[in-house]
Design a binder for this molecule. Structure first.
Ligand SMILES: [Zn+2]
Length: 60
């Protein structure tokens, strides 16, 4: 199933880990658009981070 998130800031389609920017914070992790650094909801970032090149082999 295709999973992607359209950035509210620049309109980019974020569909893989490589499209995201991650920062570690004292409370966990925060996700941002890799292009404009617009914050992305945690649940979206976590799901996208589990995708690698669309490979279906390591999903739960
Ligand atoms: Zn963006």
């Amino acid at each position: 199933m295709a999973l992607s998130h359209t950035c509210d800031g620049c309109g980019a389609t974020l569909g893989a880990r490589e499209d995201l920017h991650r920062e570690s914070t004292p409370t966990g992790r925060s996700w941002y658009c890799g292009y404009c650094r617009m914050p992305i909801p945690d649940s979206i970032g976590e799901r996208l981070s589990h995708r690698r090149d669309g490979s279906p082999t390591d999903r739960r």
